[in-house]
Design a protein around this ligand. Structure first.
Ligand code: ATP
Ligand code: MG
Length: 767
């Protein structure tokens, strides 16, 4: 079995020991995922039926990659593995078992938008202040209750929770939760958290079902175990109870979903749950250069809460970590784009070898713009999914209604799209009537004369007939023909066709693309049921990463750090390393949050195999205003010996060029602001004219005489001034002593700490 040759002794032990509980907690890049992959292959090679193996991964992409690798060892058997994210695997099980918990098997999955829209509707109906009961807040509160397996009944009964809500002046949260749950149920819909919550309900209340899946999944494996929440933990524990063949792998240093209820205790509890647990240690990092591994180790050492780990690399020591400073976010994009172009051509790399990672999705804009300017192809992962686009969601809402006409959010979405005289007032009336009679909206729509007064009965009848005709056609036609029929007869295709704007055309093309996708699906030979209902089933769970079409394209990958978990790239840029952005502003209030943010940084840098670049801008647009930024504390936590500080020359663009338009405008708008004022320099001259410039404004230096250091200007330097040194990069003067011409400065350089410099030799430049 030569696949075992690709494992070190510890990895091999973990792969070969297939019986009983096992856990691997080890640092990034040490081969945890590889162990799971080979372990599955090994089980199958040993004769275990692939149908009896369940592997839970963090993303659909991860499971797809893993399945491909396994099939290289075991062949087509790999197809029969149960493998996917928690949500997709348990959605699949719930489809089979839904009726046992009172749901139709064709239940709709509400995505976050649907959930929030329903919450907003409920808030309106209850006439609650939508600032106090902000929909996002309510959504998160309900989500966290579900992920901790607190039902709406338990929520209302818990004195502790009630007291908490009361002290936060939001006593109605329990009632909202209850109404939300009932409305989802009536609509035959589950939200994302329900896919886990209801699985727990199912396994708890139906011992026969639990037994069935315990027998089915004789072997369980979970990757990225550190990011499971209580709801996921409980499912795994229940399923593994009969055979205890459970193997989990994770890294406490990479736990980055605490904000969403992931509980690192799940790792620590594992030993208690399974007393005869075997623990494996992996210490060698195979992914990254020594420098990168050491930087990662030194960063995470700043966290107090962590399990002791030793991670080393035997790879080459590699380049130092590059730190680049930019003046603006646009400039930052340019630096990254240029570096990619240059590195690709000088080192013969592919675009695929590069990844740009950021803290928040909003940062992608400046990067995209810069990449486009240089014609660098890129793909944004985890961004707005194709299936989240408005036009696609509209058409899909019609599909949803065809298979589940109780779906309230789908009705609201398309009852008046394209327009047919059924506006908000009508929808409100339908909702009220449905509520009064305790029936679904669909029931009201089918029999409007009975439930609603007014002159809209005809239109409602027409709408009901339309949906019924879709239902009838779907029984006769294949998936593609049904989809085409619906897109034509709903009026959506025509509506988009008449829109001649560029956006309108692209929306029309997107619909065509969806139809093409369905056609492909309808022609697949490897699945039995190729109906539109099946195509539709878990569309809400798909992300941007799941589309096949551009799999083979050579593109730079762009994503948030959260989406980059488990992945690796030759050359990684982590951008936006600024205080209040990364670490994020919200994390600065508590040690727990800051440590999670630091773990996120650890995840980011450990994605890199060969080369790592960190960038920051001294100003960027945030929430519509130009904001000054300080470099992230994370940069200064890195031992300077690993760093190569690169100063980006101020852009030479002349005033009036496009790229500086924004900055000039904002400068003139903001010049009175206090934060821009600088201490008045004591000496006049060239240095003065520069240092008098407001801090961090983006006036191109081409228009400002750049001072080289002249000894007679030494007294232009003052405490607190920001300076640039040829070798050490940017720093801040924290002390000056001595008299001219022998003034000695203590300068703090990011990442390097304090340096003492004799001004007459140091060639400092005031920035
Ligand atoms: P992360 O914590 O980031 O998820 P991981 O511990 O899951 O990392 P893997 O992704 O499994 O690590 O492995 C990292 C890289 O090292 C992969 O490219 C993998 O193929 C390689 N690798 C792992 N073990 C070995 C080995 N024994 N020999 C050669 N390469 C290995
Ligand atoms: Mg992994």
């Amino acid at each position: 079995m030569d696949y075992l040759a690709g494992l070190n002794p510890q990895q091999r032990a973990a792969v070969e020991n297939t019986q009983g509980p096992a856990m691997i907690v080890a640092g990034a890049g040490s081969g945890k995922t590889r162990v799971i992959t080979y372990r599955v292959a090994h089980l199958i090679e040993k004769g275990v039926d692939a149908f009896n193996i369940l592997v839970l991964t963090f993303t659909n992409k991860a499971s797809k990659d893993m399945r491909e690798r396994i099939s290289k060892v075991v062949g087509p058997e790999a197809k029969n593995l149960w493998m996917g994210t928690f949500h997709s695997v348990f959605a699949k099980i719930l489809r089979v078992e839904a009726e046992k918990i009172g749901y139709p098997s064709n239940f709709t999955i509400y995505d976050t938008d649907d959930s929030k829209s329903l919450i907003r509707a409920i808030l309106r109906e209850m006439q609650l202040d939508d600032k106090l009961y902000n929909a996002n807040f309510v959504y998160n509160r309900i989500s966290s209750a579900k992920n901790n397996l607190v039902s709406h009944v338990e929520y209302m009964q818990s004195a502790e929770i009630q007291a908490e809500d009361l002290s936060n002046k939001r006593p109605m949260l329990g009632v909202i939760y209850e109404t939300y749950t009932k409305r989802c149920f009536k609509a035959g819909a589950m939200d994302f958290d329900d896919l886990l919550f209801k699985t727990n309900v199912l396994l708890k209340n139906h011992p026969d079902v639990l037994n069935k899946y315990q027998q089915k999944f004789k072997y369980l494996m979970v990757d990225e175990y550190q990011d499971t929440n209580f709801s996921q933990y409980t499912i795994v524990k229940k399923l593994a109870a009969a055979y205890q063949n459970i193997c989990v792998v994770g890294d406490d240093a990479q736990s980055i979903y605490g904000f969403r209820g992931a509980n690192i205790q799940n790792i620590l509890n594992f030993e208690k749950d399974y007393p005869d647990l075997k623990v494996y240690k992996l210490e060698q990092n195979y992914r990254s250069t020594q420098n990168i591994v050491e930087v990662a180790n030194s960063i995470i050492a700043n966290n107090k809460n962590q399990l002791e780990k030793n991670v080393f690399s035997e790879n080459e020591s590699g380049d130092r970590i590059k730190v680049s400073r930019a003046f603006t976010d646009n400039e930052e994009g340019k630096i990254v784009a240029e570096a990619i172009v240059q590195d690709r051509s000088s080192n013969g790399l592919n675009y695929n070898d590069f990844a740009i990672l950021y803290r928040t999705n909003a940062q992608s804009r400046a990067m995209e713009e810069a990449l486009r300017k240089l014609s660098v192809p890129y793909k944004i992962y985890g961004g707005l999914s194709f299936y989240q686009r408005k036009e696609i969601k509209d058409l899909i809402a019609y599909f949803r209604l065809t298979f589940n006409p109780s779906d309230e959010e789908a009705i609201k979405r398309v009852i008046n799209y394209p327009r047919r005289g059924l506006g908000d007032t009508t929808v409100d009336k339908i909702i009220v009537a449905a509520d009064q009679h305790n029936i679904t909206m669909w029931k009201v729509i089918q029999d409007p004369q009975k439930y609603i007064a007014g002159r809209i009965a005809n239109q409602l009848n027409d709408f009901a007939m339309l949906i019924k005709s879709f239902q009838a056609e779907s029984k006769k036609l294949d998936a593609y023909e049904t989809a085409l029929y619906i897109s034509q007869h709903s009026g959506i295709l025509k509506e988009l066709h008449t829109d001649d704007s560029i956006e309108g055309r692209s929306r029309y093309e997107n619909i065509q693309e969806l139809l093409n996708g369905i056609k492909e699906f309808a022609e697949r030979e490897d699945i039995e049921d190729r109906s539109l209902a099946i195509f539709m089933q878990d569309i809400a769970l798909l992300t941007n990463d799941d589309r096949e079409d551009d799999k083979l394209k050579d593109t730079v990958s762009m994503m948030t750090i959260h989406s980059a978990k488990g992945l690796e790239f030759k050359n990684v840029f982590v951008v936006g390393l600024e205080e209040n952005l990364f670490p994020s502003q919200m994390s600065l209030n508590s040690r727990t949050d800051l440590e999670e943010e630091r773990r996120l940084f650890y995840v980011a840098i450990t994605r890199a195999e060969k080369k790592l670049t960190l960038t920051y801008a001294t100003s960027r647009y945030r929430w519509g205003t130009l904001t000054n930024c300080e470099p992230s504390r994370f940069i200064s936590e890195i031992n300077a010996k690993y760093l190569e500080l690169e100063t980006v020359k101020a852009p030479k663009t002349s005033i009036g060029s496009d790229s500086f338009d924004g900055e000039r405008r904002s400068w003139s708008q903001q010049r009175d602001s206090d934060s821009f004022s600088k201490p008045k320099p004591s000496v006049s001259g060239t240095a003065t004219s520069v240092s008098a410039r407001p801090k961090n404004t983006m006036l191109p230096t081409a228009h400002i005489p750049t001072p080289g250091f002249r000894p007679d200007a030494a007294n232009a330097f003052q405490n607190g001034m920001e300076v640039e040194h040829e070798k050490f990069g940017f720093g801040k003067i924290i002390n000056l002593e001595g008299t001219l011409p022998d003034v000695k400065a203590t300068v703090f350089f990011q990442g390097l700490g304090n340096k003492q410099l004799l001004l007459k030799f140091a060639k400092l430049r005031i920035v």
